[in-house]
Design a protein around this ligand. Structure first.
Ligand code: DHB
Ligand code: FE
Length: 283
């Protein structure tokens, strides 16, 4: 059986790639952020997951606002970066895992989640920045990645209740896959932030910290919020919290927090890094 060994929450902002490309990790601005990552990298290097299921939101590079899947899953063997800006050098492609991807896609549709299934899909900073953070120097080619996109750019967006349920359905789908694969799940983005408008720059540290606590001990409680609540409490782009909620939904067994680093502000965001170890329930 495929086994989910852990879950990780992390920021995905493009400025991180810029800082890494320019060797700024130890500067006063970036150090408190990057200092959080070595324990998570060590854990990944020790546990060596075969596959990462990665929840992120496409920021309009593959799915523009005129055609916006609510939920999309990639089933390709390879994914190319479509991000622009910041002067980032061209980065290597991301390796896919089509067998498990198709298994999850089939299982989700049977389970009532009408996924957009993508045999080709360009990926953006929501996916590539976290991979580079975990395997610096873009050394992520050995790990297979299954991208899962959740719309949080264009209303109507799926509510936290639904994104949590999507995660749970993916957890069950992984459990029903016969091959002995080690899987880790990433939820990228957030936490509180707003990029434009009158409240641009808003960060709600207290709410972010409460969310991190709840992601460990009582994730279902976070499903009481609507996306409008999240926008009000945590800024318009605070709805990226849905990625973290979906990730946590996949952890259908026992969870133990191994590491956490909250730092704000980093660019316009509160950054919540967390590593959760997961023990799969009996089948
Ligand atoms: C920033 C935040 C995001 O979620 C994003 O996708 C891009 C940029 C920022 O705060 O810089
Ligand atoms: Fe984002």
């Amino acid at each position: 059986m495929a086994n989910i060994i852990g879950g990780i929450t992390t920021s995905h902002i493009p400025a991180i790639a810029n800082a890494m490309a320019n060797g700024l990790e130890d500067t006063p601005y970036w150090k408190p952020f990057f200092d959080g990552y070595p324990p998570v990298r060590d854990w990944l290097n020790e546990k060596k997951p075969d596959v990462i299921i990665l929840f992120y939101n496409d920021h309009g590079l593959e799915f523009f606002i005129d055609k916006k899947p609510t939920f999309a899953i990639g089933v390709a063997d390879e994914y190319h970066n479509a991000d622009e800006g910041w002067g980032i050098p061209t980065i290597p492609p991301v390796t896919g895992e089509s067998d498990l991807s198709w298994h999850i896609a089939n299982s989700l549709v049977e389970d009532g989640f009408d996924m957009t299934i993508c045999q080709e899909m360009k990926v953006d900073h929501g996916l590539t920045v976290p991979l580079n953070l975990m395997w610096p120097g873009h050394n992520y080619g050995h790990v297979k990645v299954i991208p899962v996109c959740i719309n949080c750019e264009q209303h109507p967006m799926p509510q936290p209740k639904r994104t949590f349920a999507l995660g749970q359905a993916i957890g069950r789908a992984v459990q029903s896959f016969d091959d002995d694969l080690k899987v880790a799940v990433f939820g990228t983005g957030g936490m509180s932030h707003q990029l434009d408008g009158e409240r641009a720059g808003i960060i709600n540290r207290e709410f972010d910290l409460m969310c991190l606590d709840k992601l460990v001990s009582d994730p279902e409680d976070l499903t009481k919020y609507s996306n409008f609540d999240l926008a009000e409490i945590a800024g318009a782009q605070g709805v990226e919290l849905n990625m973290l909620i979906a990730m946590r939904g996949c952890l259908i067994g026992d969870v133990k927090e191994l590491h956490r680093n909250y730092h704000a502000p980093i660019s316009n965001t509160g950054s919540g890094l967390m590593l959760l170890e997961h023990t799969m329930p009996e089948k």
